[in-house]
Design a protein around this ligand. Structure first.
Ligand code: 2P0
Length: 309
């Protein structure tokens, strides 16, 4: 009744920002992501007759409420002791619910002896966090409905994702509340969702063709439009720090000098630069020189969530 699993966090190139069903965590529009090799979460689940569920992240106690929702959805009634750890600095604000709930879904089902398909595990991870559905299949993954599927293997394209850490500590408004507020109050939200529905098929064609200028520019537009949507919420949601904007300007300069790199930004201050592996050193060096950037983590595409023991 004990198992350990690992999963990689993912970054979306076509973003999920709005639910059509709040209870089931179903997205309004499809999203496309890639799993990141350096952002790995390892989770051990032990099931037993404990007095209550418990959950620790890097040794610190956390609320097990969302984990329990996932266990209930899997039909696991026994109490759980969950210990999760990130092999990257949580303090840098890179902690991700995507890798956390993907590793939890896989470890919990293994601990309970439940044989679940990859699609079923992805759907379970989604109950913890929508983006976690994409970390179960890993690689280049699309999520449109109940579960996510890998559309290309990590080896399809040797890109790099340079994460510029632009602030420490947790963000002020979490994704769940942020996307709900945006959906309810932003006058731009319907336009953003309509754009995502156009972006996803276009992004898949560019990904199949390994068209970096095409996919990079699409991902950057999609992310900036997500932030425009969030900024238009009432009250407005501003996730950026000065270093975030400075990184965006640094990428413009890099492109003008012939280094091909484009940005995406999640619901937080950090910027992720997308580039060819041959340009990763130049992009990393430039981002490290930006005032306010405390760390740059260079990632390659990674695979699926997996049971370790
Ligand atoms: C994404 N994000 O597609 C988008 C872009 C953040 C910005 O999915 O409410 O933690 O648990 O489903 O998955 C982060 O939102 O939100 C997210 P819930 P989640 O990666």
């Amino acid at each position: 009744m004990k198992a350990t699993a690992a999963a990689h966090a993912n970054i979306a190139l076509v973003k999920y920002w709005g639910k059509r069903d709040e209870a089931l965590l179903l997205p309004e529009a499809g999203s496309l992501s890639v799993a990141l090799d350096k952002l790995l979460t390892t989770t051990t689940v032990e099931l037993g007759d404990f007095a209550a569920d418990s959950f620790t992240l890097d040794g610190h106690p956390e609320d097990p409420c969302r984990a329990r929702a996932l266990l209930d959805a899997a039909g696991i009634r026994k109490r759980a002791r969950i210990a999760s750890g990130n092999d990257f600095p949580t303090a840098a604000g890179l902690a991700s619910s995507s890798s956390g709930f993907a590793a939890l879904a896989v470890a919990a089902c293994a601990a309970a002896g439940l044989r679940k398909s990859a699609d079923e595990l992805s759907a379970l991870a989604r109950i913890g966090s929508g983006s976690a559905s994409r970390s179960v299949p890993g690689g280049w993954a699309v999520w449109e409905d109940a579960f996510a599927r890998q559309v290309f293997a990590p080896s399809h394209w040797d890109l790099r994702f340079c994460i510029a850490v632009c602030a420490a500590g947790p963000k002020q408004v979490g994704s769940r509340d942020g996307m709900r507020a945006t959906r309810e109050t932003s006058p731009y939200h319907a336009a953003f969702i309509a754009q995502c529905r156009r972006d996803l098929p276009d992004a898949l064609k560019l990904l199949a063709a390994r068209d970096l200028p095409g996919l990079g520019a699409l991902a950057e537009r999609n992310a900036l439009r997500m932030h425009a949507d969030a900024l238009a919420a009432d009250p407005p949601l501003l996730y950026w720090q000065p270093a975030t904007v400075a990184c965006l300007l640094a990428l413009l300069e890099l492109r003008a000098s012939g280094v091909a790199a484009w940005a995406t930004i999640d619901a937080g201050p950090h910027l992720v630069a997308i580039c060819a592996s041959s340009d990763a050193g130049a992009v990393e060096g430039r981002l490290r020189s930006v005032p306010g950037v405390t760390e740059v983590v260079v990632c390659a595409p990674a695979g699926a969530a997996r049971v370790l023991s």
